[in-house]
Design a binder for this molecule. Structure first.
Ligand SMILES: Cc1cc2nc3c(=O)[nH]c(=O)nc-3n(C[C@H](O)[C@H](O)[C@H](O)COP(=O)(O)O)c2cc1C
Length: 383
């Protein structure tokens, strides 16, 4: 706790009363409104099993005062879903059991933990199970493979997913959700954002289909809706939600072409599948969009009426407090700020300054080992 007599600052829990008030997501009550955003660390085995350093890494967040941790993008089948080398999986029993110590460590520290489930589609730069990739349409992804996840050069051109494969993928999302729930994950987030498979269906230039999954917006959102419906049905008793964004890992400038009109269809349609929350990711999560007075998260709240998690440079607790006060979000997640300081939430509550993010923490690779090495080097400099 900061010494009030000398610092003159209030402890965070009184400066940010809304951030540090309990909140409900589905049937679950969280101690406060802060969440660790999902963060890919490419630190599992080559065949997608969780390793001990990942357990320690998640345990550190669990002790860090957050309301919830959302564990990293985790692939759902032993076919085309894996996107990155050393990404963890939740496709079958062996991968499932390897996650158990993570869940146990979180729960031991009193922290609920959700799993983010993922299909990379065309964004495939490292797949232990398949060499080629699939997507809504055979369109080569923009940009270059992501170097912090060990990729280099252009992405390969995917082939068009078949209707049969689409059914199998939907079933795999449901299976992964069930496997996660069965070992005690407290909720499931489907990765519907950032340019991965569901977002490849939603995005105009990666979806050139002429069937009922292509063309107008209600067709392009159909795959998202089928996935969410299947996951909702697979896990009826725990919180289930979806992450949504406009931009992508390989395209930071994409915006929904219909602007507010698209938002008016997307958010209510997702909510109608019976999910508990929408996690809205934006580069600047607090900034109004589409010439409206609300952030994208605020629009999601207004248009869907369900629980909303905001994200995007919300490690400034004042921004988060204001978004909650204005009713734009119910919760907020922190990405780079959490990576920089796993105890961000506890420090804000205690009126202390968290360690700020530095790109060195995720370079040359965004692995847990590299972040640890960076911290050690900094500590040696200070010492
Ligand atoms: C190293 C790294 C890994 C990430 N991995 C994921 C991921 O697995 N799933 C996801 O939805 N977003 C992922 N993101 C995006 C973050 O969750 C978050 O949306 C982004 O960092 C913006 O929030 P911030 O401004 O608080 O950092 C990742 C970001 C970083 C920096």
């Amino acid at each position: 706790m900061v010494d009030q007599s000398t610092s003159g600052t209030q402890p965070g829990h009184t400066s940010y009363p809304r951030v540090f008030s309990p909140g409900k997501i589905g049937t679950l009550t969280l101690a406060n409104r802060s969440m660790v955003a999902p963060l890919t660390r490419t630190s599992a085995t080559v065949d997608g099993k969780v390793l001990p350093p990942m357990v320690d890494y998640y345990a550190e967040f669990a002790r860090g005062g957050w309301g919830l941790v959302i564990a990293e993008a985790t692939y759902i089948d032993l076919a085309y879903s894996q996107g990155y080398n050393n990404q963890p999986g939740m496709a079958y029993g062996v991968q499932q059991q390897s996650w158990k110590p993570v869940v146990e460590a979180a729960h031991k520290a009193g922290m609920p933990i959700f799993l983010q489930i993922y299909h990379g589609g065309a964004i495939n730069q490292g797949n232990h199970w398949k060499v080629d990739s699939i997507s809504a349409s055979p369109i080569q992804p923009l940009g270059e493979q992501i170097d912090r996840y060990g990729g280099e050069g252009p992405f390969q051109k995917p082939r068009e997913i078949t209707r049969q494969e689409m059914k199998e993928v939907v079933a795999s999302y449901a299976n992964a959700a069930r496997l996660a729930a069965d070992i005690g994950f407290d909720g499931i987030e489907v990765h519907g954002a950032n340019g991965y498979l569901p977002d490849q269906f939603l995005t105009v230039y990666t979806n050139q289909r002429t069937d009922e999954y292509g063309g107008p917006l209600h067709n392009r959102l159909r795959f998202h809706l089928e996935v969410m419906q299947a996951v909702r049905d697979a896990v009826p008793n725990k919180p289930v939600g979806v992450r949504i964004s406009q931009t992508k890992v390989n395209d930071l400038s994409y915006a929904w072409p219909g602007g507010i009109k698209d938002a008016e269809y997307i958010f209510p349609a997702l909510a109608e599948t019976g999910i508990d929350f929408i996690h809205v990711s934006a580069h600047l999560g607090a900034v109004p969009v589409f010439n409206q007075e609300l952030s994208l998260a605020g629009l999601a709240k207004k248009l869907s009426g369900i629980t909303i998690i905001g994200n995007g440079k919300l490690h400034d607790p004042k921004l988060a407090e204001d978004l909650i006060a204005r009713g734009e979000v119910d919760f907020f997640s922190v990405g780079k700020g959490a990576l920089a300081d796993p105890a961000w939430a506890r420090k804000i509550a205690d009126g202390q300054a968290p360690i700020p993010f530095d790109p060195g923490m995720t370079s040359p690779l965004a692995t847990i080992a590299n972040t640890a090495a960076w911290r050690k080097k900094q500590a040696a400099k200070v010492g």
